[in-house]
Design a protein around this ligand. Structure first.
Ligand SMILES: [Zn+2]
Length: 623
């Protein structure tokens, strides 16, 4: 009895403390913040938010790590396969079917007061468009702070979006890395701006009657002085969902060893692995690799990667532009998924990407023949894929020798395994490529004498010397690539950390806006606070209950009660706030059947909404 009594008192306290408070959302976007740099920087204001937050340093933008698509995901709650923004020109976007969180909540109830203040104008121009009650583009981060603070002091926004841009600028200027003092100090300066905005929130005359959810995130990380690829440094972002009094929780990725598929073609114990940090294997320059203006050649290699960014896998060039002299195996800019080959002479370039999607963590053999007064031909796993005319390409000599794992500046780093690099004088036939793509070379290969170099990359005994076993004596040097056993590989598991698309879903949940299944959102809510802010308060005397409750797994349950006719939608969430489904109701008083289908045992939340904005939350236990 004592325990039941305590629970009752707690519920009443929640009702008293939370229920009169108006839910409010502040979304703070900081462009281009690497999560490890945020951890390294001195950011007392963000730290104070984190001390009352669900915080993850291992959230992800595992889509396109460019601002246009990144902010679209943060504001619309869907990835680029839906919002259709792939770059910063916003051409062909589909905000009509997948609009901003601001339009979603304005459509639900136009009494919501919505605001967006941005340093990077395209967010307002394209994503927010004309849907906010107030929007403003400013030209400095300090103005984001001062305009937001001024607005908060005299107006009453329910959802405010802010965008700070200087951190991205610092990264492009001098490097996206925690080792760059300029980048770190710009993050610290932005933290001061955030502090100014938070002061303005807390100084509001009505602050005691308000329940602010403060969401902070970034659109992408960075590597070197750029971003846009799929490296961990670009995809890893931070996520903060902070609310006064919240028990802090840190969500980190898990590390686990997972048995790897052995290379089905090669029975060797270890393989070279590039971790995506610019590590490289260099074959010294030699006349054998001077392909000049007319010498035909063939390059083959075997790769295993799960990362299709704009890298230099095998090549001999500076990959800053495909016009630069030389050739390279890479992926379609900015992030694949198809692999490609490029050749340039300083003035002209040819790019061929009829290849498949090889970044599937399986082994693939890539072969390209270069007939200098004819065609460049591309093969994958021994199968011909396409060709392009390279007769217009002149001198491709660079003096860099051959480079595996990154380009001549040790930039565009490849992340993955590499083996069986073979360079040939002349053009191999389709039969030769098909017959030898999946077995070690032997002198029975009909062009064996034309080998310019053969680096199997499966034997570390001479490391850092990488042996050329073709007999041509072009031993290479390993600078930083590691060796990994083929039978296991360290995998990192991000399956339980937030994504950019979770931001608007979490925001709408806090505002008690019903999230409809037909919106087809990709995100989930990380807080279930609408339970406290609205349930008893907005509709305390509703006569609706769930039966049976608890129910058995797989058993359908019914909503019953006098007031059921007023319910238009029921949102179902699991105990962690993961949205599961929406059920519509037809306004009758007949019991509403809920199919619990394949739901596992656990606690669920049913959020009932009426057409006029009232919400009631009921719990359901499946056991
Ligand atoms: Zn940028």
């Amino acid at each position: 009895m004592t325990r039941i009594f305590t629970v009752t008192v707690l519920v009443l306290m929640y009702s008293t403390i939370w229920c009169q408070q108006a839910p409010k959302v502040l979304i703070i976007g900081i462009d281009g913040v690497r999560s490890d740099a945020l951890e390294a920087a001195n950011t007392p204001n963000l730290d104070a938010l984190i001390s009352q937050a669900i915080y993850s340093p291992d959230a992800l933008n595992d889509d396109i790590t460019i601002s246009g698509p990144g902010w679209s995901a943060i504001i619309c709650g869907v990835w680029s396969d839906k919002h259709l923004v792939t770059g910063n020109n916003f051409d062909g976007n589909n905000y009509e079917d997948f609009p901003s969180v601001i339009r979603r909540i304005e459509d639900y109830n136009s009494d919501f007061h919505t605001v967006s203040i941005c340093h990077w104008g395209p967010i307002n121009d394209h994503i927010i468009a004309d849907n906010a009650d107030f929007k403003l583009n400013v030209s400095a981060d300090a103005d984001v702070e001062s305009q937001a603070a001024a607005y908060l002091s005299v107006n009453d926004p329910d959802l405010m979006f802010l965008h700070f841009d200087d951190v991205d600028g610092a990264g492009h200027g001098s490097g996206f890395t925690p080792d760059n003092p300029t980048y770190i100090s710009t993050i610290e300066q932005t933290d001061i701006h955030v502090g100014g905005v938070l002061d303005a929130v807390r100084s509001r005359a009505t602050y005691q009657e308000e329940d602010w959810l403060i969401l902070v995130t970034t659109d992408h990380g960075g590597i070197g002085t750029s971003h846009g690829g799929n490296t961990f440094s670009e995809e890893r972002v931070f996520f903060i969902a902070s609310r006064f009094g919240l028990e802090p929780q840190v969500l980190r990725r898990d590390s686990l060893y997972e048995a790897a598929t052995l290379d089905p073609c090669y029975d060797r114990e270890e393989t070279v692995f590039f971790s995506g940090d610019g590590s490289q294997i260099q074959v010294p320059d030699h006349p054998d690799f001077s392909f000049g203006t007319s010498r035909d050649f063939t390059v083959e290699c075997r790769v295993r990667t799960s990362n299709s960014s704009d890298v230099s896998i095998v090549g001999n060039k500076d990959w800053d532009t495909g016009l630069n002299p030389g050739f390279v195996f890479s992926f379609v800019f900015p992030s694949g998924p198809e692999w490609k080959v490029n050749i340039g002479d300083g003035t002209n370039r040819v790019d061929l990407h009829t290849g498949g999607t090889i970044a599937d963590n399986e082994w693939h053999t890539l072969s390209v023949t270069f007939d200098r007064d004819g065609m460049m031909e591309m093969y994958e796993d021994g199968v011909w894929l396409g060709s392009a005319d390279i007769s217009g390409i002149g001198d491709i000599d660079t003096g860099f020798g051959l480079l595996f794992g990154s380009d001549s500046e040790q930039d565009y780093p490849y992340a993955g395994y590499l083996s069986e690099v073979r360079v040939w004088d002349g053009v191999l036939t389709a039969d030769e490529i098909a017959n030898w793509h999946c077995r070690p070379l032997a002198d029975t290969h009909s062009s064996y004498d034309d080998l310019l170099g053969y680096w199997p990359l499966m034997d570390s005994t001479a490391d850092p010397v990488i042996s050329d076993i073709s007999g041509a004596q072009h031993d290479a040097m390993n600078i930083g690539a590691t060796w990994q056993a083929q039978d296991s590989v360290l995998m990192e598991d991000f399956s339980d950390t937030p994504r950019l698309v979770d931001i608007p879903v979490t925001a709408m949940q806090h505002l008690c806006v019903p999230i409809l299944e037909e919106w087809n959102l990709d995100g989930r809510a990380w807080l279930m606070d609408c339970v406290f802010t609205s349930a008893e308060d907005l509709w305390p005397d509703a006569d609706i209950r769930v039966a049976p409750n608890p129910a058995s797994i797989g058993q359908s349950v019914r909503l019953i009660g006098e007031d059921l006719s007023q319910v238009t939608t029921v949102n179902v969430y699991d105990s962690r706030g993961q949205f599961i489904r929406t059920v519509s109701h037809d306004g009758s008083n007949k019991p509403l059947l809920l199919d619990t289908g394949r739901l596992p045992s656990g606690n669920y939340l049913l959020q009932l909404a009426t057409g006029d904005g009232r919400v009631k939350s009921l719990s359901l236990v499946l056991q």
